[in-house]
Each structure stands twice: as C-alpha cells, then as structure tokens.
Design a protein around this ligand. Sequence first.
Ligand code: SAM
Length: 318
Amino acid sequence: EEGEDEEETSPTKKLGTDHSKKVATHYNALQEVGLAARSQSRIFYMRNFNNWLKSVLIGEILEQVRGAGSRNVSVLDLGCGKGGDLLKWRRGGIGHIVCADIAEVSVDQCRTRYEEMKRKSYSNDKIFSAQFITADCAKEVLSEKLEDPKLMFDICSCQFVYHYSFESEQKADMMLRNACERLKPGGFFIGTTPDAYELVKRIEASDSLSFGNEVFNVSFQSKGSYPLFGCQYHFSLEGVVDVPEFLVYFPLFEHMAKQYNMRLVLKQRFSEFFEEKVKKDQHRSLMMKMMALEPFPCEDGGQQASDNTEEYCHAKEH
Ligand code: SAM
C-alpha cells in the first residue's frame, strides 16, 4: 500500500510502513487543509466540551503538583498535536514544556503557536520555556532527544493519543515508557482515551460492523473477538479525523503502568467527570465560557466522540 516512491518524497519518511505512518500522514494533512467551516460547526460543542474537560483536568493536576511543593512545573505533552493545550498550560503558570508528536507539520504549528504566544506576552508575564520534538513516541526513546538530559517532569499529559500505541505490546510499552520514565516521584501521567468497553458494547449491539451517526462513525473489521493488542477500528469524524485506532483494554494498561511504578489514582468516563464537576457547581463558569458562541481562543484539541471516551490519571510512586 505504501510504496517506495511515497516513502522517498513523503514528509513523514522514516516512519515505517505500519499504522503510525498513516496516523502521521493524516494529522499532517489536517494542518494543510485546515478545518472546514462546515465540520467546525457540526462538532463545535463537542470540541469545546473536550477542551473544557482537558482544562479542568490540567488545572486540578497542577494544583496537586503545586500542593506537593513543586514550583517550576515541567510538563511533557505527549502527542501535543498543533498545541491546542498550550494556552491551558500557560494559564496554569508552568515553567517548562516538552511538546512531542509524530506529525511534523503539527509540531511546526505547535512551535509557531508558542512563538506567537511568547511574542504577544508582556515583559512581566514570563512565558514558560519549551522544546519541540517530532518523533514516533511509540517507537523512539524521547529522553534521548531532550535538550536537558537531566530534565524530569512533574506531569505527562497524553490527550486523545495513547490508543494509537495499542497496535502492539511493544509500541504500547514504548509510549508508556516515554510517558513515565522521566516523571519525578509523585508526578502524574494524565490523559484521555476512548473507552474500549463502550466501543465493544456498541459494535456488539450493532447489526453491522459499524455504528455512529451523521457526524461520526466507528467501524471494525470483525466482531466477537477483541485481541488485547492490535484490535483495530476505524474512526471518522466529519472532516477532522479519519484514522485507524486501537482498543485500549484498561486493566491491561493499568497493569503495564505498574511496571513503571505508576499507581492508578483516577479513571472516569467523560459523563462521570462532567457530572462530578459541573453538577456540583464546580468549574461551571469555565464551562459556560467554553460553550459560548465564539471559539475559545487558541483552543483546538481533542476531536473525539465525547460519549465514547474516558480520562485517567496515574501517579508515580515515591
Ligand atoms: N493531544 C492533542 C490534543 O488534545 O489536541 C492532539 C490529539 S490528536 C486527536 C492525536 C495526536 O496524536 C495527533 O497529533 C497525532 O499525530 C499524535 N500521535 C499519534 N500517534 C503518535 C505517536 N506514535 N507518537 C507521537 N504522536 C502520535
């Protein structure tokens, strides 16, 4: 399918012939074509909801890290995309960020967004320092690419990304290694990923090999049996995402994380998170702001079907 010629000329060359190349090519192309206005409006509220959720998660984890005494907070954004979370980190007053992604066009855009943010900031409003890395984080060891080889992170954030690594045990492990090996003891690994139970439940209930609505579609090649790794499905979200993804069997993910000295502290479905935060009146004002008619400035991330997703947080043991 992916011939030699394409390998030679593609900006994503050296990425190999597996699904990671398809994913990188897909996300690289997104930047070139931009988001069609039509798609933007159809998934507008979902994108804002996802951004609200990530903002709250990031805000809460920063509070915890600071509460534990960390001052100059350092963050690894694993699968940063175009930098949709940069503003969240800025609002959170972090000291340093490393942004890594397999799609080099996205990384370039992330860097540009950061430079722009820096240019516009007032002199007394010191913006965090940053490093940008293009790498297949399911294959390459990120710590070898750090400008500061001694750098340790307070937080690794992996938003709507980890499921791409579940193509094989080796890849899932490498992604996890990158997420956890440079975390300080007491540091956190936070993220969002599709809920495999929900996906399997829905495909089993479907009388075909797919389910969805006029906006999104999930299709499997077969059903009835779901391997622990490499259980591929195709996710498409109108005009924005159209890629192969893999089920993440959460108990296995949790078990694998333990090998990196990580303990699961929280796992919730988006709906549970929403109920807990908004219905208890917490974070309601931010939600209202993000649901306002204008897109939230500089927010651009996580285009998933929100009712199929869950978020998690692992802490590194002391
Ligand atoms: N985290 C960003 C956000 O929330 O806006 C982007 C999420 S986007 C749905 C998924 C991102 O994962 C894409 O930017 C894609 O290039 C990246 N990605 C997928 N596989 C990856 C890998 N093996 N290594 C690094 N990045 C990867």
